[in-house]
Design a protein around this ligand. Sequence first.
Ligand code: HEC
Length: 99
Amino acid sequence: MNKKLTTAILSLTLTTTLLAAENGASLYKKCAGCHGTKGEKAALGKSKIIKDFKKGQFISALKGYKAGTYGGAQKVVMQGQVKNLSDAQISAIASFIAK
Ligand code: HEC
């Protein structure tokens, strides 16, 4: 592979990573009111502390809320939060807030 192409691919990868991080941060804004700016709060006194979630666990929880297969007594609250999120957006949020 020539140098120019390698550089172009590297900077493209970097830009994509940065954009995903940025996107995750802005998508998370609407979650912060309940979960805390770093995911450190028990939302409405009920949820688990989401900053302690592993990325995969976080993604399956959100997809589960979307599919109606995950959650506790307050799951309706979360179903409303995630119903319009795409898989890519869910991953971006996971990269921002989960471990
Ligand atoms: C109105 C308050 C509120 C907002 C806003 C909110 N959540 Fe939640 N979240 C909750 C509650 C309450 C639960 C626990 C629901 C249950 O009983 O399953 C929860 C659960 C979760 C869980 C699983 C934790 C567990 O207890 O198993 C994750 C992950 C999560 N929320 C992520 C998010 C993300 C990401 C957003 C933003 C897109 C968000 N939440 C927005 C209230 C909120």
